[in-house]
Design a protein around this ligand. Structure first.
Ligand code: NIG
Ligand code: FE
Length: 419
C-alpha cells in the first residue's frame, strides 16, 4: 500500500514534503527517502517520493509542510496503561529500594489498594484534570493512541467513574483513547476472604452495566496469586464473551498461572507482562495469534530478573508489542522512547523490532491494526515528525524524544517550540 499509486494527486488538506518516511508496514521500517505524505480529512491519501508529485506543489494541498529531511513515523500506539489515578506511591518505591517486595507491600494494604483509596475519594473532575495532563504529555512524546484501564475503583460506582473519565479524555483531547474495564484488578478490602463473591459482583453486576453504558471496548483481568485465579478469570471471560467484549489478560507477571493458555482459549487480543510465561503458554498464544504485550518499565521498576521468553515468542511467531504500562506503582513511565530503549537493552530487541512493537503491533494488540500503527493509504493520519537522523535514534536517545510535530486524525495537534 505504500506506493505512489494512491488516490489522485491534489485537493489534499495537508501535504508533508521532503520527509524521510518510516512507514512500519509489515512491522519493518519500510523507508521512503525524500518522501511525501498527503492527508485528506482524517486519512492518509497518498504516499510516495517528493519528486513523484506531478503538479506545482502549492496547487496540491491547502497546507504544505516542508520537513527538510526530518523523519515521519506513525504515532505510537500505547496499548497498556493505567493512566487514571489519584495519590502517589513514591514512598512504596523507597520501601522496595529498602528490600520490600511488591507482593509484601500489597499484602500490607499498600500497592494497588493505596491507589484504590485515593481514587475512591477523588471526584470525577479531579481524576479528569490530572489524567488530562498525562494524556497531553503523551501527545508531546509522540503517542497518538492510548489504551486506558479502569481497575482502581473496584466497586460499581468508582469503576464507572474511571471509565467515564476515560471516555471524556477521548472526547475532549486529541489522542485516541481505547477504554478497558479492569474491575478484576485486585480484591477490594471489603471482600477480604470472599473473592468468589467479588468475582460474582464483577460478572453479574459490573460487566452488564459497563455493557449497557457502552463505556469500554475490552475486558481485562489480573490473573495472579495476589489477584484472581485461572478459574475466576474463566468465569469473568465467559460472561465478557457472552456480552460481546474482546478480552485481554495481565498474565504470568509474577508467577506462571497458565493465564496465557486460558486467554488463548478465549481468543484474547493480548496477554500482557509474561515474564513467567511457559513454552505451553507460548504455543497456545501462537495458535490463536494472541499478541504478547511486553512491559519493560514494570520489569525494570520491580527489579525483576526473569525476562519474558523473547526467543521462544520469536521462534513460534507470536506478535509482540511494547507499552508503557503507565501506573503509579510499577511503571511511572510517561513516554514510549524509554520503553523502546528498554525493549532493546533489557529484552534483546533490534531497534526496528522495538519501534514496530510500539506502533503497528501496539495497534494489533488493540484490534486497530487495519486503521492505525503504520503509514499506509487509507489509514488514520496519526503521525509524528521527528527531528532525528535515523529511526534508531528513537531507541538510542535517553531522556529526549525529539518530537517536532504531531498530527492526529489529520490535524496538527502539537508543535514543538522550536518549529
Ligand atoms: O500492570 N499488574 C497489575 N497491574 C499494574 C500495576 C498496578 C499498580 O501497582 O498500581 C501493572 O503492573
Ligand atoms: Fe498493567
Amino acid at each position: 500500500m505504500t506506493s505512489s499509486k494512491g488516490r489522485d494527486q491534489g485537493s489534499w488538506d495537508l501535504l508533508f514534503i521532503h520527509a524521510n518516511l518510516a512507514c512500519m508496514t509489515d512491522a519493518k521500517y519500510t523507508t521512503i527517502k525524500n518522501g511525501a505524505l498527503a492527508v485528506s480529512g482524517d486519512k492518509i491519501a497518498w504516499i510516495g517520493r517528493t519528486d513523484e508529485l506531478n503538479k506545482e506543489i502549492s496547487d496540491l494541498a491547502d497546507q504544505v509542510i516542508d520537513c527538510r529531511g526530518k523523519w515521519i513515523l506513525p504515532g505510537f500506539v500505547d496499548c497498556h496503561t493505567h493512566l487514571i489515578w489519584a495519590g502517589s506511591r513514591s514512598t512504596e518505591f523507597e520501601m522496595r529500594l529498602a528490600g520490600k517486595t511488591y507482593e509484601q507491600i500489597a499484602s500490607q494494604g499498600g500497592g494497588i489498594f493505596s491507589t484504590v483509596n485515593a481514587v475512591r475519594k477523588a471526584s470525577q473532575t479531579q481524576l479528569f484534570d490530572t489524567a488530562a495532563k498525562r494524556v497531553q504529555y503523551f501527545l508531546t512524546q509522540g503517542i497518538t493512541c492510548v489504551e486506558i484501564k479502569s481497575g482502581y475503583g473496584l466497586d460499581l460506582k468508582n469503576e464507572l467513574k474511571m471509565l467515564a473519565v476515560a471516555r471524556r479524555l477521548g472526547r475532549e483531547l486529541p489522542v485516541h483513547v481505547e477504554p478497558t474495564f479492569l474491575g478484576a484488578h485486585a480484591l477490594p478490602p471489603e471482600f477480604s476472604g470472599r473473592s468468589d463473591d467479588y468475582v460474582d459482583l464483577v460478572t453479574e453486576t459490573m460487566l452488564p452495566c459497563v455493557k449497557d453504558q457502552n463505556i469500554a471496548t475490552a475486558v481485562d483481568v489480573f490473573c495472579e496469586t495476589i489477584a484472581f485465579s485461572k478459574d475466576q478469570t474463566r468465569t469473568l471471560f465467559s460472561k465478557a464473551r457472552d456480552l460481546g467484549f474482546r478480552v485481554k489478560l495481565h498474565a504470568e507477571q509474577l508467577s506462571d498461572n497458565k493465564g496465557a493458555q486460558l486467554a488463548s482459549e478465549f481468543e484474547a487480543l493480548s496477554c500482557d507482562h509474561l515474564e513467567y510465561l511457559s513454552l505451553d503458554g507460548v504455543r497456545a498464544m501462537a495458535r490463536k495469534n494472541v499478541v504478547a504485550v511486553l512491559l519493560p518499565g514494570a520489569f525494570y521498576m520491580l527489579k525483576e530478573t526473569q525476562t519474558p521468553p523473547i526467543d521462544l515468542l520469536r521462534q513460534y511467531g507470536v506478535p509482540m508489542a511494547l507499552a508503557t504500562d503507565l501506573n503509579p506503582g510499577t511503571s511511572p513511565v510517561f513516554s514510549m522512547a524509554p520503553v523502546i530503549n528498554m525493549g532493546c537493552l533489557l529484552f534483546g530487541m533490534t531497534c526496528e523490532e522495538a519501534v514496530a512493537r510500539a506502533t503497528i503491533n501496539g495497534a494489533k494488540a488493540l484490534g486497530l491494526d487495519s486503521k492505525k500503527g503504520s503509514l499506509e493509504i487509507g489509514k488514520d493520519a496519526d503521525l509524528v515528525v521527528w527531528d532525528i537522523d535515523s529511526p534508531a535514534d528513537l531507541a538510542y536517545l535517553i531522556g529526549r524524544a525529539p518530537v517536532n510535530m504531531v498530527a492526529v486524525s489529520g490535524k496538527i495537534e502539537y508543535k514543538a517550540k522550536s518549529c
